[in-house]
Design a protein around this ligand. Structure first.
Ligand SMILES: Cc1cc2nc3c(=O)[nH]c(=O)nc-3n(C[C@H](O)[C@H](O)[C@H](O)COP(=O)(O)O)c2cc1C
Length: 317
């Protein structure tokens, strides 16, 4: 597998990032990923400040290097989380869901690396100008919060690659070695995967979140709240209720009433495993996920599949 400029930048063996995921990517998953030679990421979206501290402390205690802290700028206290992480010696940050122009100067210290997640060329150029060291470009296939532009990974990655000079990481819809090879063919320097990592032994999510991904068919996910804060989830009773209301033209107020507290809906899925009421965030790649495996086994499989794909393409040409 390629040891390229993304690997050098992040100090990892393979150009794969485990994406930060609210409720599911705490130290259990992130440390297993770091140990397997990729970049593990703590998703702080659902964490209290004390949880952020204890998760970073645990990563440091386990000697899990390198690892990243994901800061979703949907939170008002994003700066505060950045400061907590810096105080504890975190070196890699992945910011998302907002304009990084204010937070990057705060996080950029000697020896720190800032990566920003974008859904568009405009976002990528702005992030590069703000000082991002790499860009994660996330397409519409991805699980979780999604962009209203609806640009797919296949179309977005090469356009962003052409528009910026820093390394570009493709995200959304990638769950096996074929996907990694495809991303590399589009010019990406690496991939970020979320959905595939939920279905691992080390992921601390409720087993029902893993199971709903493994059981999902190709058409198993949908976008909820097109006019709100878009979220890709696996379809279940609650998702169907929301889709029906949206189809009937329910206004924003009515939809927000059905959702209730999004924070709690996500927790109901990922922590409590409530199959009817939870929002099981996952991407279109769910259809490719067929088993729950240890992270190390998954990484070795991804590498073998990647190699096989590249060799097959070479033989075909
Ligand atoms: C359950 C779940 C929660 C997520 N939470 C976050 C988050 O808190 N912050 C973030 O930047 N991205 C989040 N994402 C996006 C992932 O980091 C990653 O970019 C995405 O899952 C990649 O697409 P894939 O799901 O097709 O692999 C989440 C994704 C999932 C599936």
């Amino acid at each position: 597998m390629i040891n390229n400029r993304l690997c050098s930048l992040l100090g990892i063996n393979y150009p794969i990032i485990q994406g930060g995921m609210v409720w599911v990517s705490d130290w259990h998953l992130a440390s297993a990923c770091s140990k397997a030679g990729i970049l593990g990421t703590l998703g702080t979206g659902s964490m209290t400040h004390d949880q952020v501290k204890s998760n970073i402390d645990k990563m440091n205690e386990l000697g899990a290097q390198p690892f990243a802290v994901n800061i979703a700028m949907l939170r008002d206290d994003a700066d505060e989380i950045g400061k907590i992480a810096l105080e504890r010696g975190v070196k890699i940050f992945i910011t998302s869901a907002g304009n990084p122009a204010n937070i990057i100067p705060l996080l950029k210290k000697e020896g720190t690396i800032c990566i920003h997640v974008v859904p568009s060329i405009r976002g990528a150029v702005k992030a590069e100008q703000a000082g991002a060291d790499a860009i994660v470009c996330e397409g519409y296939e991805a699980g979780g919060h999604n962009s209203p532009y609806e640009t797919t990974t296949m179309a977005l990655v090469p356009q962003v690659v052409d528009a910026v000079r820093v390394p570009v990481v493709a995200a959304g819809g990638i769950a096996d070695g074929r996907g990694i090879a495809a991303a590399m063919a589009l010019g990406a320097d690496g991939v970020q995967m979320g959905t595939r990592f939920i279905a691992t032994k080390e992921c601390n999510s409720n087993d029902n979140h893993k199971k709903i991904i493994v059981d999902a068919p190709d058409t198993g996910t949908c976008i909820l709240g097109r006019n709100l804060n878009m979220l890709r989830v696996v379809r279940n009773k609650f998702a169907d209720e929301m889709l029906a209301a949206e189809k009937e033209g329910a206004d924003k107020e009515a939809l927000l009433k059905i959702i209730g507290d999004e924070f709690n809906r996500n927790r109901a899925a990922s922590v409590e495993g409530d199959m009817d009421k939870g929002t099981f965030q996952a991407g279109q790649s769910s259809g490719l996920v067929k088993d729950i495996v240890p992270v190390e086994q998954l990484i070795q499989r991804l590498l073998a599949e990647y190699k096989e794909t590249v060799e097959e393409l070479r033989a075909r040409s």
